[in-house]
Design a protein around this ligand. Structure first.
Ligand code: ATP
Ligand code: MG
Length: 297
């Protein structure tokens, strides 16, 4: 008699073991936030880094995961290029330390030299990102900030699949074309069921180095208008500030290098809004789960 075909795919013990390790590691991290955008160069890495430092300055334990495998900018922008992973006596490996309560992981410490290019495609990228979670001892964290490459490709998709409880922060610039791309990020989040914490408008007006006031060079307020239109909270606007480029290149992010500046204040407002929104969305999600459980029983 022919054997009956099972509808379930065959089990893969290696993947199962990885999945249970991922679950265990993620269980120690309270909030996971992916910073994404539809378009390149809008300031995701800048926002991720200043957000992570801002959260760590509020005494939270923070991890920063750079899943931009082809252009890992986090180590350079943090001033920790060729940083050492922590190799522990028990054989486990921990992320690179930036400060006592901020640690980060990127593909950069694994490359033979800083000019090496990553040539990986789909499945290899997915397994590298999974490995960044199950093979790295992140320890107990309040926040894990994830810096994604632009678009809705393998990397954000892997995060959505591997960290189903992650939230998204969408970065945009005020121009029309960038706002069109935001809609794509938002539709990605809807499709993968990732709650959106809100929109950040970066390069929103320019901080005049002479008078210290914000001048409207591009259209300002587009991100806020879009957030109102779409009913998605607005998390804040960061002005164009030439010091963001110099501090990024020098490896001392603005929020740490110029803590009393107008731009650092804008980042601090963003940090507070992210904390408040995370708490609100986490409460909504808990309520949703209770309701779903109630409907099932
Ligand atoms: N508000 C700002 N004012 C001035 N320069 C900025 C601002 N935000 C970002 N930049 C600069 O713009 C460039 C791109 O920023 P960043 O690398 O953060 O963007 P990204 O979205 O992560 O790019 P990619 O899509 O390539 O990952 C960097 O040189 C950065 O210093
Ligand atoms: Mg980037």
């Amino acid at each position: 008699m022919a054997k009956q075909q099972s509808a379930e795919p065959p089990k893969n013990p290696v993947l199962d073991e990885q999945d249970s390790k991922i679950k265990e590691k993620l269980g120690q991290i309270d909030n996971k936030i992916m910073v994404m955008s539809g378009k390149g160069g809008v300031g995701k890495s800048t926002v991720s880094i200043n957000l992570a430092i801002g959260l760590s300055l509020e005494n939270f334990y923070v991890g920063l995961l750079d899943v931009d495998l082809h252009g890992p900018n986090v180590p350079k922008m943090l001033g920790v290029e060729r940083g050492e992973l922590q190799r522990r006596p028990d054989g486990t490996v921990g992320p690179v330390y930036y400060s006592p309560n901020l640690k980060f992981m990127s593909v950069e410490p694994l490359l033979p030299d800083k000019d090496s290019a990553v040539m990986w495609r789909g499945p290899l990228k997915m397994s590298a990102i999974r490995q960044f979670i199950y093979d790295i001892e992140w320890g107990k964290l309040d926040y894990l900030v994830i810096d994604a490459p632009p678009g809705t490709g393998d990397e954000p998709m892997t995060i959505a699949q591997t960290i189903p409880e992650a939230y998204a922060v969408v970065v945009t610039t005020p121009q029309e074309v960038s706002l069109l791309d935001v809609r794509k990020s938002i539709s990605f989040c809807k499709q993968v069921n990732m709650p959106i914490l809100g929109i950040v408008e970066n390069m929103s007006g320019m901080l005049c180095p002479h008078c210290g006031k914000v001048i409207d060079v591009f259209k300002r307020g587009g991100g806020q208008k879009l957030s109102e239109e779409l009913g998605i909270p607005f998390l804040g606007r960061i002005p164009v500030d030439p010091r963001i480029v110099t501090t990024g290149d020098a490896g001392k992010p603005l929020i740490a290098a110029y803590p009393n500046s107008h731009t650092a204040e804008a980042f601090e407002k963003l940090v507070r809004n992210v904390i408040n929104r995370t708490q609100a969305v986490a409460a909504e999600q808990r309520e949703k789960k209770v309701q779903e459980a109630g409907e099932k029983s």
